[in-house]
Design a protein around this ligand. Sequence first.
Ligand code: NAP
Length: 290
Amino acid sequence: MSADAAISRLWPAPSAAPLDDTELTALYGRTDRPRLRVNFVTSVDGAVSLDGYSAGLSGVPDKRVFGLLRMLCDGLLVAAGTLRHEGYGAVRLDAARRAWRRAHGLAEYPTLVVVSGSLDLDPAQAAFADAPVRPVVLTHAAAEAPPGLTEVADLVRCGADRVDLAAGLAELRRRGLSQVLCEGGPHLFGALTAADLVDEVCLTVAPLLAGAGPGRIAAGPAGGHRELPLRHVLAAADGVLMLRYARAAQANANANANTEAEANAEANPDAANAEANPDAAPAPAPAAAS
Ligand SMILES: NC(=O)c1ccc[n+]([C@@H]2O[C@H](COP(=O)([O-])OP(=O)(O)OC[C@H]3O[C@@H](n4cnc5c(N)ncnc54)[C@H](OP(=O)(O)O)[C@@H]3O)[C@@H](O)[C@H]2O)c1
């Protein structure tokens, strides 16, 4: 994949000029309402991995946006499967990105949030053991924690015998993690889609065919189909595309922009209010922390 980090905008307002970090940051941005953003890289034929890992699909431009999205989030949500398989280390950001966060009143690092039904997690994995911020594990009431896990992470139990993701997200928001970035994997993405919790998808398309074998970026039981309008198309050298899709209420990246949601609110105050205030939806089951 491409070693050139330059990224330019194809749509809207095409420009061949390479985007600097400030411009890229504004294009992805934070919002003033809770948001669940999902980030994946895929091949032209929709593969989730190459030779078993996402790294074969990624490259320098994708890693640039990947790091930027981490800088912008409060909570970094990842499924236990991806955490184990990809060998997640501690979430780190470089000095410039930490300075950006401080300047914007954010904690220096986002909080890692792991979703696991089995709690088959290794407390010695660097993602837990070396974490700069104590991670959160979303699980359910029946799951048994392995020795040492509660020493390195907060366990949040949502649901009796399966993880209630809506309740988990509500608990994250209660803890101040309003902007949540999900880095996968496919089973978690499928479950979040089925529960209609996905506000935005950032998708990097690598210009290659992976062929048959790897799964899709969403997996698990069918369900959850819904519209997700395209918001921007960026391109990097060698034809890597970076697409951003978002619900209407999340159309504009910048919190202070005159958002489409605000326009909708004027046209249809009731509908806009329901989107803007997730607490207005039926209350999810309460989460128990341990
Ligand atoms: N292309 C990309 O951008 C990208 C991104 C991420 C991952 N990947 C690839 O995806 C593959 C890993 O996928 P995977 O099949 O292991 O899927 P996954 O979604 O990463 O992990 C599945 C596991 O995560 C936990 N989990 C996920 N959803 C859950 C839910 N709703 N409730 C409770 N637990 C949940 C469970 O862990 P427990 O077993 O602990 O209960 C489950 O077994 C790897 O090849 C990785 O490289 C690619």
